[in-house]
Design a protein around this ligand. Structure first.
Ligand SMILES: *Cc1c(COP(=O)(O)O)cnc(C)c1O
Length: 231
């Protein structure tokens, strides 16, 4: 880990407080109840010491985008801090479904029938049932993960009705250069039409916009931990 990109502990506590304050302001501005958004601290690339600093500052919900990396960092942290919730926010390959089911409390990135079936099989085998979100490719980007908006209903139905997966909501990552607001509104409308309560949307650059559109979970990395080292 490059120490220049690692925020000192006191910075992490201050950044967390600032993000929580902005969340509260955005909720109030939208006329939404206080505390109706969960802050997911995105700790990808951050070493366990940085994550421990966030835990010491009261943070309990974390997001990681790679199964292997999370597997290396979180079992120890989870053993020491039983209240931690770990969410998978990156692409999941079917052959890693069992590892993901074993470690994560929520899998936010179900986006195909093949993956849904692999996750359901892993749940049956391991006797563990992490909650699930379906990732929607609202921007229709060829390279991006996520199911097409017009196929979301069918995938959610398959997950819920045929496979019995505990699907509680939708997740999206809008195109980098686009105004995110229409994407957030589209995801909110889709979730409403499907009777899903959880909406994971909004990152460091746009979480107040996502909260205005109804986000229940915002995924914030850089604004808490500082810039990540280049991959
Ligand atoms: C990295 C990541 C985030 C956090 O991004 P920041 O801009 O650092 O807040 C949120 N969601 C997903 C899916 C990510 O991969």
């Amino acid at each position: 880990m490059d120490t220049e990109t690692s925020a000192p502990r006191s910075d992490i506590a201050a950044s967390l407080a600032a993000v929580r304050a902005r969340i509260a302001t955005a909720l109030a501005a939208a006329g939404r109840p206080a505390e109706s958004v969960t802050l997911v601290a995105v700790s990808k690339t951050q070493p366990p010491g940085q994550i421990a600093a966030a835990i010491a500052a009261g943070q309990r919900v974390f997001g990681e985008n790679r199964v292997q990396e999370a597997k290396a960092k979180f079992p120890g942290l989870k053993a020491r801090h039983p209240g931690i919730e770990l969410r998978l926010i990156g692409r999941l390959q079917s052959n890693k479904a069992a590892d993901a089911v074993a470690l994560f409390d929520v899998i936010e990135t179900i986006d195909s029938e093949k993956l849904a079936r692999a996750v359901a099989a892993a749940m049956a085998r391991l006797g563990r049932r992490p909650r699930c979100l379906v990732q929607v490719n609202t921007g229709g980007e060829a390279q991006k993960a996520g199911v097409a908006p017009d196929q979301t209903g069918a995938l959610v139905a398959l997950c819920r009705d045929e496979l019995g997966l505990p699907v509680e909501g939708l997740m999206c990552i809008p195109p980098v250069d686009a105004d995110p607001a229409p994407h957030f509104r589209q995801l909110a409308a889709l979730a409403r039409s499907l009777g899903l309560a959880v909406l994971s949307m909004g990152m460091s650059a746009d979480y107040p916009v996502a909260i205005e559109a109804g986000a229940t979970h915002v995924r914030v990395g850089t604004a808490i931990f500082g810039a990540r080292p280049a991959p």
